[in-house]
Design a protein around this ligand. Structure first.
Ligand code: CP
Length: 318
């Protein structure tokens, strides 16, 4: 059983819980290979997907995970709701909670919003990405993909390359991977590294060639131009020449590195199409593992909630 009621981030998340989620994801991946890709594990459970920011992979894979587990699900869109009439987020979610929901999946542009949500409602809350803070389910599916490829996370050398400043994926992967015994090096221009890196158990290199020589796998991050309020790089062209995982650079090294990217990709900027579509890349397998990982997370968190509630009911009867 997992230690925490919610999944809000991977900072200080227990290693045994991460391993339980990974092992359960592999069991659910087998379900996805069956002709009928559905199990009754979450029958009667109601889940609301609360997305206030755009998403393709996370939203669709949560929806698929819920359908594969036979849960009832509802999609909430901020733009079509009474939030547009001035209702507060607190009132909105308390109204949803009054309709007896079991879990909420939340994506929001403001860091910490999923944590706030846990104070208003009794349902399980899963962070599907909060601003530049954390994206724990992405890091879990990345760890599932790495364990599938290498057999273990312990001792693996992972280079995270790109726009670290705006990346919730980088933060969750740094916490998750180092907790699981992997070594992490970050590679980015100084202007795209957070100023508070002191607390992270990672090394930094400004040379992509050095990272490629060192790493077993690269997690390549999108240049988040839409979150840059000011010019942080001289030009996209210069960024690509120093930090782009280009075909030329990969050919020069001739190393069978495993290439990962959380998506969406800026082809021709942080990654070349030849690299993204090569046999070295496991980017689409990451997406498949996203469904299995989110099935595991939903199943484990809702099993914990249900077991705690039946214990509470038994105590009341005594
Ligand atoms: N990786 C990821 O979070 O993608 P989406 O923004 O499409 O959900």
């Amino acid at each position: 059983m997992l230690s925490n009621r919610h999944l809000l981030g991977l900072k200080n998340y227990p290693s045994q819980d991460i391993q339980t989620i990974i092992d359960t994801a592999f069991q659910f991946k087998e379900v996805l290979d069956r002709p009928i890709k559905k199990v009754p594990s979450l029958q009667g459970q109601t889940i609301v997907n609360l997305f206030f920011e755009n998403s393709t992979r996370t939203r669709i894979s949560f929806e698929l995970a819920q359908k594969r587990l036979s849960a009832d699900m509802v999609n909430f869109s901020g733009s079509g709701s009474s939030l547009k009439k001035g209702e507060s987020l607190k009132d909105t979610v308390q109204n949803l909670a009054a309709m007896k929901i079991d879990a909420v999946i939340m994506r929001h542009s403001v860091p910490g919003t999923p944590v706030q949500l846990t104070k208003f409602i009794d349902a399980v809350v899963i962070n599907a990405g909060d601003g530049t803070h954390e994206h724990p389910t992405q890091a879990i599916l990345d760890m599932v993909s790495l364990q599938e490829k290498f057999g273990s996370l312990k001792g693996l050398k992972i280079g995270i390359v790109g726009d670290m400043l705006h990346s919730r994926v980088a933060r969750s992967n740094i916490f998750g991977l180092t907790t699981m015994g992997a070594h992490v090096k970050l590679c980015a221009p100084p202007t795209l590294l957070p100023s508070d890196l002191g607390g992270f158990p990672v090394n930094i290199s400004y040379s992509l060639d050095e990272i490629i020589d060192w790493a077993d796998s690269l997690i390549i991050l999108r240049l988040q131009l839409e979150r840059m309020g000011q010019t942080l790089i001289p030009s996209v062209r210069e960024y690509r020449s120093f930090f782009g995982v280009t075909s030329e650079r990969m050919k020069k090294h001739g190393k069978p590195l495993v290439i990962m990217h959380p998506g969406p990709m800026n082809r021709g900027i942080e990654i070349d199409s030849d690299v993204a579509d090569s046999n070295q890349a496991i980017i689409l397998n990451q997406v498949l593992n996203g469904v299995a990982s989110r099935m595991a997370i939903l199943y484990l968190l809702l099993s914990k909630k249900n077991s705690e509630e039946s214990d509470r009911d038994e105590q009341k009867l005594k």
